[in-house]
Design a protein around this ligand. Structure first.
Ligand code: NAP
Length: 282
């Protein structure tokens, strides 16, 4: 890679950020398409976030991915945000057009594309149990509601957080029934799972070094599928257990790939080289 005066700079702001696969994925794509662009990681602590956000314009950074814990804070510094980002309340992609900053949420499209491609699942008319009520769960909910899921059960450890999310999304989507369930309420969890066509883990439980959430998978119907947003390890305990009892299941690498591809398209206006990007993070 040769950096010149004309090279356009793309970045990711997060804390921590050293584990991120995005630099590998985007630099491989730039290289494959011979684009004069580079993608660099910046570990930005919350106390420094304002300075970093203002530097996007000041330093002429062409585009930025925003990750934990800044996806909500960035909104304040933008000129415009997309409908998906507004609904989700979070931005993971910023495009800088000559100083005009627009925010997008490509996690929404990334999740949707991954459940379709990796599990053959289409949300319209379906019942879905989502474990978690954080930023990732919000993106999952946006994708499901915008695509006319019929019923959604938000199962969360902190019940009030799930309840608040259910109330918020119900206001925007009258045709989707949304219920909040406490992860501790065994009976309600079993009921949610038995009516679900799709079970999603949108918690950080199950990441390398973190115990998985205990889920009574035996209550799922045989045709239900399981999606775990966690991708490190590539095959989480939840995915292993689901496959072990004959369910179709996928980890979250596809979502990471497709959200990256959508960011790439937004930034460059060029179709992302999916297979190159997949190989870079595989
Ligand atoms: P977050 O905003 O911090 O939310 C974390 C959620 O996980 C909360 O609902 C929290 O419950 C729950 N949780 C955490 N530890 C738990 C445990 N031990 N048992 C039960 N629930 C637990 O994080 P996030 O941004 O939503 O991210 C969640 C996960 O999704 C992360 O692993 C992230 O890497 C992954 N993710 C993947 C992709 C992808 O492209 N595949 C994209 C985005 C995120 P409480 O409310 O009770 O605290």
């Amino acid at each position: 890679m040769s950096i010149k005066g004309s090279t356009r700079v793309y970045a990711i702001f997060g804390h921590p950020v050293s584990h991120s696969l995005s630099p590998r994925m985007h630099n491989a794509a730039f290289k494959a398409l011979h684009l004069d662009c580079v993608y660099v990681p910046f570990d930005v602590q919350p106390k420094d976030f304002e300075t970093a956000a203002r530097a996007i314009r000041a330093m002429g950074i062409s585009g930025v991915n925003i990750t934990i814990p800044h996806k909500e804070s960035i909104i304040f510094f933008l000129d415009e945000i997309s409908p998906e980002a507004s609904l989700t309340g979070a931005v993971n992609t910023v495009k800088n057009d000559d100083g005009k900053l627009t925010g997008y949420n490509t996690d929404v499209g990334g999740f949707l594309r991954s459940i379709k491609q990796d599990l053959g699942f289409h949300p319209k008319g379906s019942n879905v149990a989502v474990i978690g009520a954080g930023g990732a769960a919000r993106a999952v909910l946006s994708a499901l509601c915008m695509n006319e899921a019929s019923e959604i059960y938000i199962i969360n450890r902190t019940f009030d957080k799930g309840k608040k999310l259910a109330v918020e999304f119900k206001k925007n989507f009258k045709d989707t029934q949304i219920y909040a369930v406490s992860l501790d309420n065994k009976e309600e969890v079993e009921k949610s799972l038995s009516s679900a066509n799709l079970l999603v883990n949108a918690t950080s439980a199950g990441m390398k070094g973190v115990d998985s959430v205990e889920v009574p998978l035996e209550f799922l119907s045989q045709r239900a599928v399981v999606y775990d947003l966690v991708y490190d390890p590539r095959e989480t305990n939840l995915v292993k257990q689901a496959k072990g009892i004959g369910q179709r299941a996928s980890g979250g690498l596809g979502m990471l790939l497709y959200q990256g591809a959508e960011s790439f398209n937004i930034w460059t206006g060029v179709e992302a080289p999916i297979e190159v990007m997949r190989k870079a993070i595989g």
